[in-house]
Design a protein around this ligand. Sequence first.
Ligand code: NAG
Length: 963
Amino acid sequence: MAAAPGRQRPAPLLLWALLLGAVLAVDRSNFKTCEQSSFCRRQRNLQPGRSPYRALLESLQLGPGAATLQLVNEATKVPLLLELSGLRENTTRIRIRELHPLRPRFEVPDVLLGEPQPEPLTVTGREEGSLELALGPGGHRLLLTAKPFRMDLLRGRQLLASINARGLLVFEHLRPRPGSFSDKVSSSLGSLWDKLRSLFYSDPPKEPAEEEAAAEGQEGGEGTENADSQSEKPAEEAAEEPGSWEETFKTHTDSKPNGPTSVGLDFSLPGFEHVYGIPEHADNLRLRTTEGGDPYRLYNLDVFQYELYNPMALYGSVPLLLAHSARSTLGLFWLNAAETWVDISSNTAGKTMFGKLLDYMQGGGETPQTDVRWMSESGIIDVFLLLGPTPAAVAGQYAALTGTQALPPLFALGYHQSRWNYNDEEDVAAVERGFEEHAIPCDVLWLDIEHADGKRYFTWDPSKFPQPRAMLERLAAKKRKMVSIVDPHIKVDSAYRVHSELRARGFYVKTKDGGDYEGWCWPGSAAYPDFTNPEMRAWWASMFAYDQYEGSTENLFTWNDMNEPSVFSGPEVTMHKDAVHHGGWEHRDLHNLYGFYVQMATAEGQIKRSGGRQRPFVLSRAFFAGSQRYGAVWTGDNAAEWEHLKISIPMCLSFGLAGLSFCGADVGGFFKNPEPELLVRWYQAGAFQPFFRAHAHLDTVRREPWLFGEENAALIRAALRHRYALLPFWYTAFYRCHRHGLPVMRPLWMEYPEDTTTFAMDDQYLIDRALLVHPVTEQGARGVQVYLPGKGEVWYDVASHQKHHAPQTLYVPVTMSSIPVYQRGGTVVPRQDRVRRSTESMKGDPFTLYVALSPQGTAEGDLFLDDGQSFDYATAARYLHRRFTFAGNTLTASSADPRGSFETPAWVERVVILGAGKPAAVVLRPAAGPETRLDFQHDAETSVLTLRKPGVPIGADWAIILR
Ligand SMILES: *[C@@H]1O[C@H](CO)[C@@H](O)[C@H](O)[C@H]1NC(C)=O
């Protein structure tokens, strides 16, 4: 939960809240605009078309897989090193760093799965002032122009992306603080110092390059080289600008020991009008132009009562942007964990600058174009171009770099009941009983911060939760689980073992002066474990052992909240940027990684406590690229408002595009009290989003599903039962995502990349490829407009089985019980229609196959099945992956992956074929043994054929023939 003043706040915190009213208030002014962020301001003040950078083509070195080349800023003469590599799977990596940095600069660790394997590069062309490189086997070429430096990436004759085309490359080199001793030394020694350094680092000789620079300067023309004129001084020259060496925001001063260190680069994407990604923002799926407003900001923050439809930063950051057109898809992955701003503009001007590159382009000068500009406060430039060409290829390319979604334990796909807070053990028991009595399925009950003893995580309040183990065992007996919150702010209290150990081991983040960094958070004064330190993470993981986390059992899982990190007393409610981490790195360098590491260490703790056997479940509020490997995320502290329900769809779609498939929004809205209609609609929408949890603020009235009358309870029960029946489908979708990286919840254009109608659509979406969902998100809705995509395809209304032809926009009348969901013709969806109290109690239950026929009378689908909780599927091939194919009036069950095997009593109890004619007879042909006739029912009006009791084991091969 956010830094929200709550009624039951302990006195010291209340006092603090009053004192720091401005910090805790609902107020945009708590968060910086670009203008208030000195590096963003400096970079945005640069004018395009005046790049001071020149590539020294003669410095080109072709290493094994990587080409390096020097760039020089002609105004400051500071040399940079450009490193280019073509990676497998149509990915190009571009790195730019200082050739001779004063100190090392931060390079993001632990996010990439490993060092990506480069492909050999070859020089395929050299002309005066430019050269051409072939990048790997995908047929991509890179054209590098020396002055001003720019790069153009081509596939055949198609220009995919231009880099520094607008001349906005910024690299603020490290330098001594003005007036400091080293500054004086360096300026008095002048060029001698440079010579010594260049000797030491043995660069290619400089003189010829400088001569060439002078020569080229004469013929450059067009005013592009006046970089050193007064009016257009580059960011590097702006060291004396206010904010460069010290920056104050509200009452906080950032001491900036390293001065200005920002980096930035622009990308022009010709032919692309639609860009997506860079979560987390409370905005539409399609990113808007940021001209005339603030850029999208990536800086993990605890934003109290966030506003919708704006580019402000929120809790998590994934610096991945996707561009899509009917012709191709590409991705830009900007691997930088510092505060980052992203400007997006549409630009059809500037085409004349292309000069001789025009030869390479196809089409006229009217091609729409999107320009994207990244600006980060520190680190290096490290960017991956994911060249597609399809949406699925880009998803695979990103997954190859950062990994796929961890396969969740099956229970985690069930329903989660949370609130701040379930008061005590009796309350937990009563809520659990409520689900039982009202026959509403539920897998997990959650405990928020009040469960711990004075917000000392890993402990239990002795009066409210005196017997946690017995409580957990009671839940386990009902085949249910619990999640308790474990936040990264640790109460400063010498009697609290977690604190005293962290302090004794030196595991806390430090202040710039070397003491333990302390800030104000839920427990009062708190310190922050340094999750960037691998030793600290190992220690943290060990805290989840059953004998360390007393009262915990194997059905207790974890929620990491407030891990941006949230610091009520800090600048922008987070940690001071000059705080110091393991290895001496500033918090500035790695801020956006903190939450990623918290979730990583917590997930590792859960794995460890089970001896490496069981899959973890950890929900995290903050995230970064790669967080998908460690669990689930959600959209944070939303509100009980219709617009918040509506925006949960684009937000989760955007998370999914950035690899985070296990996304949800607090059902019902965190702040405020939902009216029953909104609550019901939210359950109906949430039942079709990947992570399905109801949660509410401390100050809200109770809202367990049965508290709004029998009619509303019935509607909520129906939505939940629909969710549970579809869990085999959800689980299979997650398995597929885990294997291949395609999002579980995906925008229509990922499946229909040439259908421009879908490009800006974010009120409906697909689950995997088979189900289309258009939740009702309008108050008092009488109907919704549903777009059914796919030329020559058909879709079946899941409720009525009615068939609709595509493409078309369908007006669908709705009542309070309607959830518009459509199954795509040509797919098979496995369900377990005997819904019980939890996923675990449905284990081994029989399956029903819903076969939706295409107009050609075909269908295909699959089912993944394992124990739902361990790593045995990966380590011992204990799983079933079945394939169901319908063609030639025959439904065939076969193995989709013969490597796996898994014992289960589950069988097929029913097959429902949508869009089928009436057969004369239906015959089951098992793999061995005689054919048998099956009973069937045919509904002529809806063309639904129902086959009763095929009775075959789910793991067996068989065929059902319609005669
Ligand atoms: C790489 O790109 C080429 C050219 O667009 C395409 O034919 C190929 O399928 C792509 N390869 C992968 C692995 O996506």
